[in-house]
Design a protein around this ligand. Sequence first.
Ligand SMILES: [Zn+2]
Length: 378
Amino acid sequence: MASMIAARVHEYGAPMRLDHIDIPEPRPTDVLVEVKACGIVPNLQRVITNFFATKSPEPRPTLPLPAIFGLDPAGVIAKTGEQVRDLRAGERVYVNPVRGCGACRMCRSGQILDCPKFTLQGYFGRSLDIMRDYPYGGLCQFITAPASAIVRLPDDLSFEAAARFGYLGTAYSALKKLDAGPGRSVLINGISGMLGLNAALIARAMGATTILGTGRNRALLERVKAIAPNRIDVFSMSDEAPKDPTADPLLGWARKATGGEGLDTVLDCLPPGAPGEAMMQAMRTLRRGGQAVNVGAVMDVLPLNAFWLMTNRLGLAGSVWFTTQEGEEMAAMAKAGTLDLSVLEHQVSPLSKVNEAIAGMHTRNGGFSNFVVDPSRV
Ligand SMILES: [Zn+2]
């Protein structure tokens, strides 16, 4: 049997090691994909040190060791299972890492994101069985995945850019829930970070006409605004405190930017460690009847007044990841040119530098940096 190289975690918190292991055979309804790029995210560092499993309010299984991580793989189909009739070897694809049980009421209704066993291949999840069935994350040379998880990529979308689909799709799915589009306004809380910048790119592709964003680094915020100056405006939360301590400068700015109304929608993209109050500040910019969706990782208990929520007819929902259909929609937008990913700066590392790449994701370029590992280079 042919072998491949995989970066594996043998102990949570310890560096990955490069191991030679067998290339897996795809089962009848699976495909085998040769990975050409795997996106890495700052959260990966937290996942491989077991941060979320210990912080999560509910007990969660972790990937059995030795584990192959890697959430956002793109590559070329090398082989298809005998019951896969439409996909072919040689096709350029992104692998959506979402796995469900396939048999529960939600999975059978096509709502895999609501499966109680929801698991992200190569990352974390709720089912140890699914982790064992699909043990190959993108930080190895070949992975198996169900045919239903495959997103076809247009020829002119690079593997490196496709390795950003995790962030883009997370924002896209949430912005669809918020009905983002022409004539609608959205405030992206944390717009210059990895998730927030991708949210701005996809909101622009969806035709959202008023895209407001908060952040801290003023130079980065200006770069975000420059992507579409007629549609994007930005507010720095590190501006000087107002003389009147009861004033809310963000609220004043947001109202002014929306003709006095307030925002139709808020997409919260704040990173882990951000305080709950920072999320509330964004929510207070909503107009009456406005809707917020959280895709960020604020872990605080929110100081949220239920009476305020009711009397103002406000909504707050959570959203995680995206479906294969939504992945296909993003690929179609990239093909049509409405989704423009040219601002991303790809920083590609070979597989042998995976530990350095994960440790070196702190950047002054915020969400503009796209960190990718190419397992075909060792
Ligand atoms: Zn299910």
